[in-house]
Design a protein around this ligand. Structure first.
Ligand code: ADP
Length: 495
């Protein structure tokens, strides 16, 4: 039998990627293409849904061409995507009625303030696990129905469809024959009841969205549909779908309760598997669906840090400290500590667990002896401190002490940062050999869905450690440093 691959489509915020995985979970081919970002007004971010599809299809073709395979060598397709981004299209023509409103878009934030003032927060949190925020799809759908001429009438007549990016790709790949999504993407719309696992009637009424617009929600792994496009010559089964962070958690094999992953990218995205329990956070973390597999729903707590690796970019671009982010490690390692400097990179406010939109950055503890090296070390520490605060909030909410932290993302390549994280948490940090957790997770869902891999144990045995960081510093030192960090946090919280 000819060798077969799983094709993971990783549709991100700035680029579309396609990765072919083999049976051992090795990356065999990768292609990536950036697409245009539209900023029509301050705070607005849009994509052209046609670009999303065409860039995704072109990288799929490129990844196959690079490996010299035809699409009959693809056993199944897995899709993972930027979450919450909202597309509304005409069912008959298949044309979007408006651009995709991207998760970052803030146009509905004053409407969200109004919803909070009207006292809807608790009800929405109870049903969806989310804080009321413009990120999530619900207010974006409402915006399109309220602002695009004729859209609401068409929607009321059942002529429009809504989808997150996964739904849009499935629709396009099946030539408009299937309107589907998965539990992880549905749980980010602010319309889905994560306990009853249904679109919520009360929320649909509140946002004035007809139920006919919504996709059918499926488990993450299993047959969604076969492709039916002119692009592929064979009908390829789409058998795995998950939002990007959930896919990353699965790709990291955080498959047991209490396992945590942190993706160190521009921001940091932290997720804890909380098993079959949806834990309501007392620290304003989000409760979300991780995935549904073999009829069992796995929930997660999620928290994010707004400025993670971006603080290193700022030192590079804003301060001119070095020309490559990689150099931050050598520079910071040239000093044994920060010399008492603490750096809170609250450039855009503070996220979980502080949630202060108005907070701004602070560097404290400067002396005549402070150098670029100390500041860079303090910047790396700030990434670890912020992640520490989220993880501690998760531990409190879940009543679980984490044993290990699994890491990925661009800044996870920094050994010093990983050691600092291990010391602060007094927990082992594990970096896998494949840092492509997101696409790997999508591939795993797809492969499990078609029997390419027989069960989770089989793929769990593929997870390979590249490097492990055990705590080296003393627990006392970690406690002292965290205290100082929290002092700095308090300083910027003062009015
Ligand atoms: P994203 O997917 O959010 O674009 P990536 O996972 O590609 O992010 O990671 C890029 C981020 O990681 C950038 O903010 C960059 O500053 C940071 N970064 C990359 N390499 C390093 C490094 N060796 N040390 C510290 N930060 C790094």
């Amino acid at each position: 039998m000819n060798k077969k691959y799983i094709l993971a489509l990783d549709q991100g915020t700035t680029s579309s990627r396609a990765i072919l995985y083999d049976h051992q979970g090795n990356i065999c081919s990768v292609a990536q293409k950036e697409f245009k970002q539209y900023f029509p007004q301050p705070g607005w971010v849009e994509h052209d849904p046609r670009d999303i599809y065409s860039s995704q299809i072109s990288v799929a073709a490129e990844a196959m061409a690079r490996l010299h395979i035809h699409d009959n060598a693809v056993a199944a397709i897995g899709i993972t995507n930027q979450r919450e981004t909202t597309i509304v299209w005409d069912r008959k023509s298949g044309e979007p009625v408006y651009n995709a409103i991207v998760w970052q878009d803030r146009r509905t934030s004053s409407y969200c303030d109004h919803l909070k003032a009207a006292g809807h927060q608790q009800m929405i949190k109870n049903k969806t696990g989310l804080e009321i925020d413009a990120y999530f799809s619900a207010t974006k759908i409402k915006w399109i129905l309220d602002h695009i001429a004729g859209a609401r009438d068409k929607a009321n007549r059942g002529e429009l469809a809504f989808g997150t990016v996964d739904s849009w790709l499935i629709w396009k790949l099946t030539n408009g024959n299937h309107h589907l999504t998965d539990f992880s993407n549905a749980s980010r719309t602010m319309l889905f009841n994560i306990h009853s696992l249904e679109w919520d009637e009360d929320l649909l009424r509140l946002f004035d969205i007809p139920v006919s617009m919504l996709p059918e929600v499926r488990a993450n792994s299993g047959l969604f549909a076969y492709t039916d496009s002119i692009i592929f010559s064979t009908k390829i089964p789409i058998t795995g779908v998950a939002g990007d962070q959930q896919a990353a958690m699965f790709g990291q094999l955080c498959i047991r309760k209490g396992m945590v992953k942190n993706t160190y990218g521009t921001g940091c995205f932290i997720m804890m598997n909380t098993g079959d329990k949806a834990i309501t956070s007392k620290n304003r973390l989000l409760t979300t669906i991780g995935w549904q597999l073999n009829g069992k729903t796995t929930y997660a707590l999620e928290g994010s840090v707004f400025v993670g690796g971006a603080v290193i970019q700022w030192l590079r671009d804003g301060m001119g400290f070095f020309s490559h982010t990689k150099s931050s490690e050598k520079l910071a390692a040239s000093v044994p500590d920060t010399g008492g400097v603490y750096f809170v990179p609250a450039f855009t406010g503070l996220g979980a667990p502080y949630w202060n939109q108005d907070a701004r950055g602070l560097i404290y503890g400067l002396t005549r002896g402070t150098t670029k090296a100390h500041l860079t070390r303090a910047a790396l520490e700030s990434i670890a401190f912020q992640s520490y605060d989220v993880i501690k909030a998760m531990e409190k909410d879940a009543g679980i002490t984490i044993e290990k932290l699994r890491v990925d993302g661009g800044a996870a390549a920094n050994d010093l940062l990983m050691q600092i994280q291990a010391d602060l948490l007094q927990t082992t940090v594990q970096r896998p050999s494949i840092l492509e957790s997101t696409s790997l997770g999508a591939a795993y869902f797809a492969g499990l869905g078609i029997g390419y891999w027989s069960n989770v144990d089989e793929i769990a045995s593929q997870w390979k450690l590249q490097k492990e960081f055990s705590p080296k510093g003393s627990p006392e030192n970690s406690i002292i440093k965290v205290k100082e960090w929290h002092k700095a946090i308090e300083m910027i919280q003062q009015p």
